[in-house]
Design a protein around this ligand. Structure first.
Ligand SMILES: C[S@@+](CC[C@H](N)C(=O)[O-])C[C@H]1O[C@@H](n2cnc3c(N)ncnc32)[C@H](O)[C@@H]1O
Length: 383
């Protein structure tokens, strides 16, 4: 009778959306060998809400998703025969079912220990930071006229979303002023610049002035027209060399895949203008590789071209991070997006730090690195 009642409660909790979780424990001698317990919860899959049984063995877990009738069938089969205890948590009550040695079952209930629903999303898409139906995404060739991300633009779409996720996290700890002044140096075709602007305006509620700086006038014209067509008043593009762009105020500097030493020029501009936040994803790293004449214990290893190339990249980005630190930034270097999507996958972020930077100490470290690898300069000497 108690088993029957337990199953009824389980069914009703599922049907009314009150079911939180259920755990079967204390396996009997007749249980599957090594099966310790089963944790049951709801999962939202493409084809609706299912009941996930996580079979927890000594050394592994196995999850199976069932419909309600299947779940009830399995429970009926397991209760009392394979497990002596079962608890069922709902938002209304907690239920506990216990089997005695003689097989009698005791069902008790109590005040609920959890009252808020559990997130059942299983293969839910990550939170959307942009609306794929936005017309500018179509204008930039990322989505179809129906607002579907084009097959050829899937990597770009992933990159855009990852980028915005990073920006969102940075701004959570380091908010920008509402009228933030932002420069995106080496903005290229502009899709990351547009994404940043739309995100800051629509999701963060800012009224930013975002300027893309780009050498190629045709791209600048196209981006300016697209910005106008979409009513993006605070977004503009300027045909200029990063080195010649000196805004009066710069709150955030972006430099994504700016070619070779253009990243250094951009970082130098950010430091010069005392940008509060700097976000850079370096591109090709040619300059240091050309200069390198390793004089330290790495020399025998760096005879191999591919290793020298990788070492040059590490040194380039490492020295960039140290230079930012020497200039009073708290810096981070991490993988932007996995190499599966792009080979240019390192990101450097820097935020102004209130702590006084041990400038000379950091500069000494940079000098030692440069001496060890025979590097004369970094950044093309145009800073
Ligand atoms: C690889 S694209 C990256 C575009 C975009 N930021 C992105 O990540 O998709 C680099 C762009 O930087 C521009 N660029 C390179 N050096 C520059 C400089 N000194 N000043 C302005 N733009 C520059 C190039 O013309 C190119 O469009």
């Amino acid at each position: 009778m108690s088993t029957h009642r337990f199953l009824e409660v389980f069914q009703s909790a599922f049907e009314t959306g009150h079911l939180l979780k259920c755990i079967l424990s204390k396996p009997t001698a007749g249980a599957i060998p090594d099966l310790k317990n089963i944790h049951i919860r709801l999962v939202t899959l493409k084809n609706g809400v299912k009941i996930a049984f996580n079979y927890r063995y000594q050394t592994r877990d196995e999850v199976k998703n069932y419909t309600l009738p299947e779940a009830l069938g399995h429970l009926q089969h397991l209760l009392g025969t394979s497990f002596q205890n079962a608890v069922l948590l709902t938002t209304e009550r907690d239920y506990s079912l216990r089997y005695e040695k003689d097989g009698t079952a005791l069902l008790s209930d109590n005040k609920p220990s959890m009252t808020s629903p559990i997130d059942t999303a299983h293969n839910r898409e990550k939170k959307r930071l942009l609306d794929p139906a936005a017309p500018w995404l179509h204008a930039l060739g990322i989505t179809s006229a129906k607002g579907e991300v084009l097959a050829a633009a899937q990597d770009k779409w992933r990159q855009i979303n990852k980028y915005l996720e990073i920006i969102e996290n940075l701004l959570r700890s380091h908010p920008l002023p509402t009228d933030a002044r932002i420069a995106d140096m080496g903005s290229g075709k502009g899709y990351l610049t547009f994404a940043l602007y739309a995100f800051l305006k629509d999701s963060m509620g800012l009224q930013p002035q975002v300027t893309g700086i780009e050498l190629r006038p045709a791209l600048v014209d196209f981006c300016n027209k697209t910005a106008q067509n979409n009513g993006f008043e605070g977004l503009q593009f300027v045909a200029a060399d990063i080195n010649d762009y000196h805004p009066e105020r710069l709150d955030m500097l972006i430099a994504l895949h700016a070619c070779d030493t253009a990243t250094d020029l951009a970082l130098a501009a950010g430091i010069r203008q005392q940008a509060q936040i700097i976000v850079a994803a370096p591109c090709c790293h040619k300059q240091i590789r050309r200069d390198m004449a390793t004089r330290n214990e790495m020399a025998p290893v760096l005879r191999f071209g591919i290793l020298e190339e990788r070492q040059a990249e590490i040194l380039t980005d490492g020295i960039r991070a140290l230079l930012l630190e020497a200039n009073g930034y708290k810096t981070n270097v991490f993988e932007f997006i996995s190499t599966e999507h792009t080979a240019k996958n390192v990101m450097i972020t820097a935020i102004t730090s209130k702590k006084e930077a041990p400038k000379q100490k950091v500069l000494d470290k940079i000098a030692a690195l440069k001496a060890g690898f025979g590097i004369r300069e970094q950044g093309g000497g145009r800073k």
